[in-house]
Design a protein around this ligand. Structure first.
Ligand code: PXP
Length: 247
């Protein structure tokens, strides 16, 4: 049975839209764990557009499941990971102008650099996962770099027309089997939704799915009625006692 890693970046996205303190992804991670999350994933981007360094530090202290730090394979990020000691690092490609991670990491073209960064992280006790497209060449490169895990990019499956989805699913299924035969452990994620997740979750050998956008979107949907109800009660029936200046 696959486990669930919940990506909480979008909670920080809402906070950063106002550069304020709410919603705070740190307590939200605890709620995700109460809901059954087996792990919490955050992507500390180089431009800090959503998750902040402070979030990662606090999450390290509070997450009781597993903290997966998604990050670009840069020297600055490696130093942060070595200091924070997450339970796993997932290396992803990063371009400043992208809305979200767009493709898998091209591991084959940067084997030497990746191998040295992976060694430093894994020697410090942090297993490394590489986010890659479900392709044989990339998986072989992941094995050669001695990464312990791969995260298969499910974006093309999620975005495929329904007629193409079976072949995209077959690519993920074959890549999972191939990776495991090479001794790699397998996660997957990106673009998974309540509608398309089940066939991927059922892939033999799939260990964890990392899912963010659709869960935060659903949380807004199922929580909005209650949030409006609470605000309306305050607006219609305000307390008359002064809340400020009474100390
Ligand atoms: N896995 C990786 C490597 C990602 O970059 C993301 C998006 O940040 C996810 C999983 C989660 O994707 P989504 O938000 O579409 O569920």
């Amino acid at each position: 049975m696959a486990s669930l890693g919940v990506n909480i970046d979008h909670i920080a996205n809402v906070r950063q839209a106002r550069r304020t303190v709410e919603p705070d992804p740190v307590p939200m991670a605890l709620l995700a764990e109460l809901g059954g999350a087996d792990g919490i994933t955050v992507h500390l981007r180089e431009d800090r557009r959503h998750i902040q360094d402070r979030d990662v530090d606090l999450l390290r202290q509070t997450v009781r499941s597993r903290l997966n730090l998604e990050m670009a394979a840069t020297e600055d990020m490696v130093l942060i990971a070595l200091r924070v000691q997450p339970d796993m690092v997932t290396l992803v490609p990063e371009r400043r102008e992208e809305v979200t991670t767009e493709g898998g990491l091209d591991v084959s073209s940067q084997r030497v650099d990746l191998t040295s960064k992976i060694n430093r992280l894994q020697d410090a006790g942090i297993p490394v996962s590489l986010f890659v497209d479900p392709e044989r060449g990339q998986l072989e490169a992941c094995r050669d770099c001695r990464a312990r895990w791969v995260e298969l990019h499910t974006g093309p499956y999620a975005e495929a027309k329904w007629t193409d989805q079976p072949s995209e699913l077959a690519r993920l299924t074959e890549a999972t089997a191939l990776a495991r035969a090479m001794g790699l452990r397998v996660n997957a994620g990106h673009g998974l939704t309540y509608q398309n997740v089940e066939p991927v979750a059922a892939i033999e050998g799939m260990e964890e799915l990392n899912i963010g956008h659709t869960i935060v979107a659903r949380a807004v949907a199922v929580g909005l009625q209650q949030a409006v109800r609470e605000m309306k009660a305050l607006v219609q029936n305000p307390r008359r006692d002064p809340l400020f200046g009474s100390y």
